[in-house]
Design a protein around this ligand. Sequence first.
Ligand code: NAD
Length: 262
Amino acid sequence: MAAQGRLTDKVALITGAGSGFGRASALRFAAEGARVACVDLDADAARRVAEQISEAGGTAIALAADVSAAADAERMTEETLARFDRIDVVFANAGIPGSGDAADTTEEEWDRVIAVNLKGVWLTSRYALPHMVERRSGVIINQASVGGLIGIPGIFPYAAAKGGVVSITRQMAAAYAPDNIRVNAICPGGVYTPLVERSRQKRGLTAATVAEANAAAARHYPLGRLGTVEDIASLALFLASDEADWITGGIYTVDGGRSAVG
Ligand code: NAD
């Protein structure tokens, strides 16, 4: 779809911007006029996306940070404010796969997945919130998953973290609505990204080819296909834009109908 300037004059901070949904959203937000802070644990990946935005005529910076570390989260916020003077949109998207069921998940796996996928989502907006409260304006989008809404075997710590993201999104929306800050969550279904590839490997799911594995996974989706990164970026863009001005506390599936059928 042709860009329409839907984020003109906005500044967006996006975590996990080096790959998958975060990358697609960074490119899309920038094409719609936003200046973008591309944050990723992988400094090179963040830099490549920021360069791609610049080459296309947009404005972006690359920041290396681990969202599970408070000091990193504070620094990435301060560096974004130092460069752009404001933060209008925070997309807490960074995440990792998490495998196992209740009886076999290790304590180490639980702690790491919760640290990145739940604590990291909180920390991502933690240091931008006072700035948003002061300006009485801001949008926060938290990346959850259908795995946080319905029971899917084999992703126990991931389900715990994403269910937690759903819950903190509602709490944050209620707490910060008086400050005119909107907080919503996205719950994607399956999109073949590096995260899904790692998840399949960790869960021991083997198929002869990626195409076969994707076709098998697509059978769970009423619309008959897996998603694309653009499907997710489109919803993030809408929630980030002023078109969603009366939308807060929402938990939005973008999953080809997956969660409707369980
Ligand atoms: P991806 O692996 O393609 O991208 C994730 C990015 O996050 C990577 O660039 C990685 O370096 C970065 N990252 C990982 N840990 C980090 C950390 N501690 N600090 C900063 N950056 C970190 O994954 P994706 O598929 O684009 O997933 C993005 C988000 O969407 C995740 O939260 C994931 O749980 C969620 N999600 C993905 C799917 C799917 O099917 N792909 C479905 C539902 C939800």
